[in-house]
Structure formats: structure tokens, C-alpha cells
Design a protein around this ligand. Structure first.
Ligand SMILES: Cc1cc2nc3c(=O)[nH]c(=O)nc-3n(C[C@H](O)[C@H](O)[C@H](O)COP(=O)(O)O)c2cc1C
Length: 341
């Protein structure tokens, strides 16, 4: 079955929904570097329907982000349906994605996110309510189950498809695992084999070669990358090269990497109302951009103290002025640590 929104590519690459990371500036950057589809971070259905200011602010996106999905979470089918209607009418994304994967305590204790996976009847009610609330395609992102005893990604995925999901993304870990252990790609292959709708593979793609391996091993219709995009949005272009069977573009050298980080920082500054707040919030990205560079320990320390874009520019200029060895093409960054959601 084809993807329910126009893409123009055979194997679409998705920037995964990520709280505090897949915000408008980063989504735009990843689109420029080859991501075919982007998804907002998860947003509470209650927050949306009550028009909570912080939630509504996160629904803003630019025309260059399409195709974009808005991800919502909640265990109340009525609230989820209303949130879907409001998002569709006011913000007009290309699809509505439902979060059945978030493992965070605050969310699961009210049966949101992966909490829903304990009750597949509820999962289906939520999907049907969202589908009634919007004319847009409804997609789902799931984990493999609540815990090892309830681990059954194929059944969960089939129930999602049966309730009307048009695309399904699987992060093959259970809620109890959080981020421990390896993502079981063989579960992605099993879900691909069982479903008629397109299945997106997600989990543990740290390098372009990992994405290629996942695609070959699972036959997934699309690939969703989360932590592997931290500090290296160009990973999408590189994956595209590997999928196309052409030589892979090298990762940018240090000077170019800094230019990309600064362009990202400028977009973040324009997007946020408060420039100092934007700089502070941006520190984590700076840490990721310089990870693996020679002398990155010191560099990170300096960058983690910045309060303005001008300070970042100075730190980068001083680093580049220090010597030619810093302009070597850097290795791809290792998988970022400290996954939060
Ligand atoms: C910082 C962070 C925030 C996340 N927020 C969300 C979220 O809002 N919605 C969601 O469905 N998954 C969220 N996730 C999970 C990712 O989308 C993805 O499923 C997971 O990180 C595994 O993929 P990866 O190995 O490529 O990182 C988050 C992950 C991280 C690291």
C-alpha cells in the first residue's frame, strides 16, 4: 500500500518525533539535508484542546517543513479526537501521528504513550476517535509492548492497522526497557511481513550504514531516525546515497559543520521569542555538533556556558584559528547519550 501523502521517493526518511529536539528549526534543517518527512514532538491532547499556550506554540511550523505530521498523545478518545480536529483545522499538517511509545512515568501513569499498550481495546478506540476528528491520514508510533510478558509487536501493529492507522512506525523495545538493550530489528521485519500498510523502522540507527542495514534486514517501507540525527542532520543525505547505491557524501569538515550549527542556531533564535532563552536551550545541540572533534571536551565546556549567538561565533572562530588539524573531515558522531523520552 502506498504512503497516504505525496512523497516522490521510494523509501522515505523520517526525522523522528523528539521532545525538545524535533522543533521547527531542527525540522527545517533536516528537511534541507534530505529528511523526506518530519514529525513534531509529542503534544498532549489535553493541552491542545485547552489551547495551552506552551503547547500551541509548539504547533507552529513553516511551509518548508511539509510533509509534516503533528504527534499527539493521550488516553481519552474524546480529547484525542478533539485535539486532532483542532490541529487539522488550525495548523493543517499532512498527517496526525499518535504516540503509543512514550515511556515517561508522568505520561504512562494516565495511560498515555506506551501506557496505552496495556489495553489494545483502548489503543483502537483512540485511533478511531482521532480518525473521526480529522480528514488527514492517521499514523501510529508504537513500542513492542508494555513489558517482556506483553511483548507482541505484530498483534499491536495489526490492531492499529485494523483501527485505521495508515502508516505504522515501530521502535522495537518495550516500555520497561526504556532505552536499554538493542532495538530488535527482527521485530520490524515481522511487522512488515504481517501488515498491509507501510511500516517505518526505527531504533539504533547511529550511522548511514546502520540505516542501510535496517532497510535490507527488515524490508521497511521507510526509515525513522532519532538520536542518529543529533549534531549530524546530514545523515539523511548520506542514507539517501547508500539507498541509491551511489558513493556516500562525506560528513562535512569542521568549518562547514560550524557553519551548519550557526545556521541552525540563527533559525532557533528567530523562532524563539527570547534570544537568551534560545541560546541556553540551544546548548545541547552545540554539544552534539562538536562531539568527536579534537579538543571537544574544552569546546563543549565553553559552549555549554553561552548566552548568545555572538559568543558561539567567537568560540567557533577561535577554534578554527587554532590550526589546520581542526579542519580535518571529522568522523561521524557516535550515538548521542541521555535519551529522555
Ligand atoms: C530526546 C528524545 C525525545 C523523544 N521524544 C519523543 C516524542 O516526543 N515522541 C515519540 O514518539 N518518541 C520520542 N522519542 C523516541 C524516538 O522518537 C525514537 O523512537 C527512539 O529514540 C529510538 O530511535 P533512535 O535509536 O533512532 O534514537 C524521543 C527520543 C529522544 C532521544
Amino acid at each position: 500500500m502506498p504512503f497516504p501523502f505525496p512523497l516522490g521517493v521510494t523509501t522515505p526518511l523520517y526525522l523522528a518525533p523528539m521532545a525538545g529536539v524535533s522543533e521547527s528549526p531542527f525540522r527545517r534543517l533536516c528537511r534541507r539535508f534530505g529528511a523526506d518527512v518530519v514529525v513534531t514532538e509529542f503534544l498532549s491532547a489535553e493541552g491542545i484542546r485547552r489551547e495551552n499556550e506552551a503547547t500551541t506554540a509548539k504547533l507552529r511550523f513553516s511551509p518548508d517543513e511539509h510533509p509534516i505530521g503533528v504527534q499527539i498523545f493521550g488516553a481519552d478518545p474524546v480529547a484525542m479526537g478533539e485535539a486532532a480536529r483542532l490541529v487539522t483545522d488550525v495548523f493543517q499538517p499532512d498527517f496526525i501521528d499518535i504516540n503509543f511509545g512514550c515511556p515517561v512515568k508522568k505520561v504512562v501513569k494516565r495511560n498515555g504513550g506506551s501506557g496505552c499498550l496495556r489495553d489494545l481495546g483502548l489503543v483502537q478506540e483512540v485511533i478511531r476517535a482521532v480518525a473521526r476528528g480529522t480528514h488527514l491520514p492517521v499514523t501510529c508510533k508504537i513500542r513492542s509492548g508494555w513489558n517482556e510478558e506483553m511483548r507482541d509487536p505484530v498483534t499491536i501493529a495489526l490492531r492499529c492497522q485494523d483501527a485505521g492507522a495508515r502508516v505504522l512506525a515501530l521502535h522495537p523495545r518495550t516500555r520497561t526497557q526504556m532505552y536499554a538493550g538493542a532495538a530488535r530489528w527482527e521485530e520490524i521485519a515481522a511487522v512488515v511481513a504481517a501488515l498491509d500498510i507501510p511500516v517505518l523502522g526505527n531504533g539504533d540507527i547511529k550511522t548511514p550504514a546502520d540505516a542501510h542495514s535496517m532497510w535490507r534486514q527488515t524490508g521497511c517501507a521507510g526509515i525513522m531516525i532519532a538520536r542518529g540525527s543529533f549534531g549530524q542532520p546530514w545523515i539523511f543525505d548520506q542514507v539517501k546515497d547508500l539507498l541509491a547505491g551511489v558513493p556516500m557524501r562525506p560528513a562535512p569538515g569542521v568549518a562547514e559543520r560550524f557553519a551548519i550549527a550557526l545556521s541552525h542556531a540563527r533559525m532557533a533564535e528567530e523562532y524563539e521569542a527570547d534570544p537568551r532563552g534560545a541560546a541556553i536551550e540551544f546548548r545541547k545541540h552545540l554539544g552534539w555538533y562538536v562531539k568527536g572533534l579534537p579538543g571537544s571536551g574544552d569546546l563543549r565546556k565553553q559552549l555549554h556556558a553561552v548566552n548568545s549567538l555572538a559568543q558561539v561565533e567567537d568560540i567557533f572562530s577561535q577554534y578554527l584559528a587554532r590550526g589546520p588539524r581542526h579542519n580535518d573531515v571529522a568522523e561521524l558522531l557516535p550515538l548521542a547519550e541521555g535519551a529522555a523520552a
